[in-house]
Design a protein around this ligand. Structure first.
Ligand SMILES: *Cc1c(COP(=O)(O)O)cnc(C)c1O
Length: 369
């Protein structure tokens, strides 16, 4: 018998979201982003499902994530999107992983290693159009584009960039980034360089700048997991939450009025209320700042988390009725109860991404249909 705290991963919802995303993508190819353990849903399992569903590519952040997928027997093309560590180039070639090249220096490093092994490295050139992280700056794109024409061991498969605020209600900056991206594409065109896979759209762009940002491929992450990257985007596409975090009451009592609850005694019982203890805490990834802020669902009722969140337990004000073994929904959907992840995020000023990928390995992932 497993502990009652678990993250249920609904594969039917994942399939539904993939087909919604595919529809939104029009004819564009899809790179399903599965970095950070597939946003906490389980890297290999989710990548396998998405590959079965026909994703054209998988996107990860680090070499190690790509290797883990290959070792799990997944042969879908994989792009590692994070910054390239020179000493790891050999391993990209060994495991057949696409490389993100974001400077002339890196391009030459890759060329040297590929030449040494008499092979071709598959690369996607990454340009910075306003995110300010890795990427050749868009206004000096010519330097990188000209340099790669002299490097015969690079197979130029992709050219891409990343948006800083495509989920925002204000799209001015995203449009500016798109202009910069076009100037890179123009430069490539002038140099007669062909890139089969031009890509820039994350979930936010796919939802609200659909036609303008699709190009040859789109790179959704969050939307596949059934969460819109902004609440105002929920109406743009039909998604079903893939993850449900649930637990059960392991203890209830009705302490006298004024009884303090939890570390620091930050909350006191007003009396005549059932205080229930739930076996989940920040050690599972349930955020500590949910204490005295978030709510959970108990028997279809919304109950506040009272007192501080402990490492292994939280306490809720269960009101007038609570029983041992009652199901408690932290977020997601069970039976006829639903608590959107965005509700938790709004209560504690979090984003869905950090809650999903913050769940620790102590919380079992249980795959359901
Ligand atoms: C994480 C990531 C994505 C996916 O972003 P979502 O907002 O989850 O759709 C796409 N591209 C890059 C480069 C990323 O790092």
């Amino acid at each position: 018998m497993q502990r009652p705290t678990r993250a249920e991963i609904n594969l039917t919802a994942l399939r539904h979201n993939f087909s919604s995303v595919r529809q939104q993508a029009g004819g564009a190819k899809i790179m399903a982003v599965v970095k950070a353990e597939a946003y906490g849903h389980g890297l290999a399992r989710i990548a396998q499902e998405l590959s079965n569903l026909g994703t054209n590519y998988l996107g990860v952040s680090f070499l190690e994530e790509g290797i883990a997928l290959r070792k799990a027997g997944i042969y879908t093309p994989i792009l590692v999107m994070g910054g390239l560590v020179d000493e790891q180039i050999e391993q990209y070639l060994d495991f057949g992983l696409d490389i993100t090249v974001s400077s002339v220096w890196k391009a030459r490093q890759v060329e040297a290693v590929a030449e040494k092994y008499a092979t071709k490295a598959i690369v996607h050139l990454k340009f910075d159009t306003g995110m300010g992280r890795i990427g050749q700056q868009w206004h000096s794109a010519q330097l990188l584009l000209e340099a790669v024409t002299l490097l015969p061991h690079l197979e130029l498969r992709g050219l891409y960039s990343h948006f800083a605020s495509a989920e925002s209600a204000n799209l001015a900056y995203t449009k500016h980034q798109l202009d910069c991206f076009y100037s890179v594409l123009d430069m490539a065109h002038r140099l007669k360089l062909e890139f089969p896979l031009v890509h820039i759209a994350n979930s936010g762009a796919l939802l609200q700048m659909t036609e303008q940002t699709r190009f040859a491929m789109v790179r959704p992450g969050l939307a596949l997991y059934g969460v819109a990257p902004g609440r105002h985007l929920e109406a743009k596409i039909h998604l079903q939450p893939v993850m449900t975090l649930r637990s059960e009451i392991v203890y209830v009592k009705k302490p006298p009025a004024g009884t303090p609850v939890g570390y620091g005694s930050t909350w006191r019982s007003p009396g005549e209320r059932w205080i229930a203890t739930i076996p989940i805490g920040y050690g599972d990834g349930y955020p500590r700042r949910a204490g005295n802020r978030a709510i959970v669902m108990l028997r279809g009722r919304r109950c506040p988390v009272v007192g501080n969140v402990s490492m292994d337990q939280i306490t809720i004000d269960a009101g007038v009725e609570a029983y041992l073994g009652d199901e408690v929904l932290l977020f997601g959907k069970t039976g006829n109860s639903e608590l959107p992840l965005w509700d938790l995020c709004a209560a504690i000023d979090a984003i869905p991404y950090e809650i999903l990928c913050g769940l620790t390995t102590r919380t079992p992932r249980v795959y359901v249909e």
